[in-house]
Every structure is written in C-alpha cells, then in structure tokens.
Design a protein around this ligand. Structure first.
Ligand code: 5GP
Ligand code: MN
Length: 435
C-alpha cells in the first residue's frame, strides 16, 4: 500500500473515532457541542496527526488540554503499534475547503476545455461539410469584425466553399486593403440560400441585422466570439472570453483542424488582432496573442503595412470631426468621467459619417485621471449609440443594463432620445458604478 493511501486511511479512521468520542463528551461539555472535525492530516511517518476542527478558539483549547486522553482513545480503538501524537488545530476558513474549491475549479476548467475543443471540432467539421456559407458580423464593423470575417471567408473559399461576407453598413475605407473586402455585400441584398450562417465577433444576434427569411433558411448557425457578454444564440457557440480577439479563436481552429492560411488570410487575422488589442496594449495582450502575431508575421504579414493602412490613413474630414469633438468634451463626477457627444450637426458640418468616428471614444479615456470615457453618437431618429471605455472598471454591467454588451474595458449599447434624456439615463448608471 502506498504511503499516501495509508496516510489517508489512518486519517479517516482517526476522524471517525474522534467524532464518536466527541459526540459522547459533548453531552457533558457544552463547549464541545458544536465542534466538528473537518479534516485529519497525517505526517508521512505517521507519527503526528493534525486534527482540524471547526469551532471557536476556546473549544480548540479545551480539546488540546485533553489531547493525551484522545490519543489513548485512538490507540484503544485502532489497535495501532505506534499511536500518533495528536494536536487540534482551528480550521479557520478551512484550508481544506479552499483546496477542494481550487480542485473543483480546476476540474471545471478542464471540463470547459474539453467542451471547447469538442465544439471547435464540431464547427470545423460542419464548415468542411457545408456548401454555401454566409459570414456576418455587426453593423458599423470594427477591425476584429472585418479581419475575422475576411480571414474565415478566404480560408473557406480556398477549400472550395461558396462563402460570402455580408455587412449591413459596409467596410470602412481604411480596411479596404484587406483581401476580399471589395467582395463584401450588404445584408439587405442577401437571398435565403445558405446552409450555414456564421456570426463572427457579433455579441448578439440582433446586431447582425439579418432578415428572418435569411436566418430561417440556414440549416445550422454558428457563433464564434470572444465577448464576455456573448450569449449562446446559435446552434453551435464557440466563445472564448479570454481570447484577445475573435480572429484568435478562428486562428486556433484553423491550426487545430488544418484550414489553409495564406498571406491574405494571415493579414486579415493579424489586422483583427492588432485592432482588438489596441495595438497590443490592452490587458488581453497575452503571450498567446504575441505568439499568434509572431506566427502570422512569419506568413509574410508586414506589420507596418497593416498598421499604416489602418491608422495612418485618415481623411482630413475625420480629423476635422475629431478636432470639433475634442473641443467640447464634458467632464462629470470629479473628472472621473469624460463624455463626448456627436450630433447630426457634427457629422454634417464636417462631412463625415458614423464610420469616421471609430476610435474617438478612446480619446475620452486617454485623459489623465479619467476612469471612464463615454461617447454618445446620433444613430437614427432619436436613437443614440453609446460607447464606453474604461481604464480598470468593468463597464459591462452598464452595457447590459441597457441591453448591450461587450468587454470589461470596452462596451456599447443603444439609447433612445431625446439627447438630454439619453444623457441623464447614461449618467445615472455611470454614477452607480463610480460610487
Ligand atoms: P464600440 O463602443 O466600439 O461600438 O463597441 C465596444 C464593444 O462593445 C465591442 O466589442 C462591441 O461589439 C460591443 N458592443 C457595442 N455595442 C453593442 C450592443 O449594442 N450590444 C452588444 N451586445 N455589444 C455591443
Ligand atoms: Mn472583437
């Protein structure tokens, strides 16, 4: 018998014997009435037994005063050659409960990894068996939306699939350099002809803005995402909230299941990773994120070409808009919140649109002392889109309170107007988080 098994057997026998004895003794000693032995730990040489007990210090002292007697009780009922020395220890927040908790967490994590790998495999198989595949993300797509959907579509086309990307509002000019960006069509022009619909980096199905007949025509829907608030709205959901970008989730699947990755595909996935990590600045920038970047650069991706195409390619009108907005930042709650508001007039006078305001919320957060940066942007008739950015606070509770979602440090949602009402609603939720 191994020493460990022996230790455990003797420990559990000592626990049983002492529990019996305590039940007897506590009849006369009220102090010991609520004492419980939570765990017994034997030394390797079996010469010492630590008896962890729940109870107050007084009851533990009382037990230790009598430990000689308890040793005799153990000796008598267990017929041991060498009886271990006994010491009673207060089981304050249960060192063992903590260990068990840790173990359970580990098992849960392991189960989650098994589930994740199974789902990833299933999605890879479905995609390989599919014929006509539609890939979508949300309106006003950001870099991760665009790079993830283009990376996926180009790889699927390489293996002979009829795959297309659709987006409600098209691709902003600074992402048009990515291969396949010119083939993205509007969700308004889709026909119900797809066996598979893949949602990528799309935290909620409503944001894809697909017509019911398109949704209903698909045999299978797939959701690939990394949003903390993403729900399991598709038939198969591959969600990794720790992933730095959705393109990371896709890249892992490509590698595990042998999807082709050429230079164009690598460039799209890299662009998505670059933008969603804030150019490798956010806390999501894990060692694995750098590994992915390194591998993609080895596939001939040129980091400066990607970064300059995305970030060093602004139209003068965009800078006009930025200048106008920076000059009217409002501060609230002891300058802990900086708020930028974009009205229709701001767009009109600078000849810009919503796509030109991408990234502006970050300026509000960038101010020293500011904990939350917020942007309210006119979206439609009396509807406003809110972007929240935080340095450390988790802003997802604010977003979910308004039926939106996102990440800890970057979330969004819509609000109905008029503007003053929208602002008051927003400020009152932010006040709660800052108080
Ligand atoms: P942004 O402020 O750049 O529009 O979005 C920040 C993050 O929040 C992104 O990850 C985006 O997908 C998410 N997000 C923005 N608006 C919404 C929304 O209305 N619903 C959900 N579920 N997520 C949103
Ligand atoms: Mn993303």
């Amino acid at each position: 018998m191994s020493t460990q098994i022996r230790q455990r057997r003797i420990a559990s026998e000592i626990q049983r014997v002492l529990m019996q004895e305590l039940a007897k003794v506590s009849m006369d000693n009220k102090e010991l009435f609520s004492v419980n032995i939570s765990y017994v730990k034997m030394s390797k040489d079996l010469n010492h037994a630590k008896i962890y007990v729940s109870g107050n210090s007084k009851s533990v002292d009382a037990l230790n005063e009598e430990k000689g007697r308890y040793k005799t009780v153990v000796a008598k009922s267990m017929h041991m050659k060498y009886v271990p020395n006994i010491v009673f220890i207060k089981d304050s927040l249960t060192e063992e409960a903590y260990k068990v908790d840790k173990l359970l967490k580990k098992i849960k994590q392991e189960d989650a990894i098994v589930d994740y790998n199974t789902t990833e495999k299933k999605i890879a198989e479905i995609l390989k068996q599919g014929e006509k595949i539609l890939i979508v993300s949300h309106i006003n797509p950001d870099g991760d939306n665009i790079g993830s959907t283009l990376g996926l579509v180009n790889s699927l086309r390489q293996i002979g699939k009829k795959a297309i990307v659709a987006n409600k509002t098209g691709i902003p000019d600074n992402f048009m350099f990515l291969y396949g960006a010119d083939k993205v069509i509007s969700t308004d022009n889709l026909k119900p002809e797809f066996d598979i619909i893949v949602f990528a980096d799309c935290g909620s199905i409503e944001r894809a803005d697909l017509k019911d007949n398109i949704l209903d025509s698909a045999v299978t829907t797939i959701n690939i995402d990394h949003h903390k608030t993403s729900t399991n709205y598709a038939d198969c959901n591959l969600i990794d909230p720790d992933a730095p970008s959705t393109s990371f989730v896709i890249y892992k699947m490509f590698k595990h299941h042998d999807f082709p990755i050429n230079k164009d595909i690598a460039e799209a996935l890299y662009a998505a990773l670059l933008t969603d990590t804030g150019s490798f600045r956010y806390s999501s920038t894990s060692p694995a994120a750098f590994d992915m970047a390194s591998e993609l650069i080895s596939c001939e991706v040129d980091p400066w070409h990607v970064a300059s195409s995305i970030y060093e390619n602004k139209k003068p009108s965009q800078l006009k808009l930025l200048g106008k907005l920076l000059s009217k930042i409002e501060y609230y709650f002891d300058n802990r919140l900086a708020l930028i508001t974009i009205t229709q007039d701001d767009f009109d006078t600078t000849e810009t649109t919503a796509a030109d305001s991408e990234g502006i919320a970050n300026y509000a957060r960038a101010i020293s002392g500011v904990e939350i940066g917020a942007l309210i942007r006119i979206e439609g008739n009396d509807t406003y889109k809110v972007s929240l950015r935080s340095k450390n606070l988790d802003v997802t509770p604010i977003a979910t309170a308004f039926d939106g979602g996102g990440h800890k440090n970057a979330s969004g949602f819509s609000l109905t107007g008029p503007l003053n009402k929208a602002k008051i609603n927003l400020l009152s939720e932010i006040r709660k988080l800052l108080s």
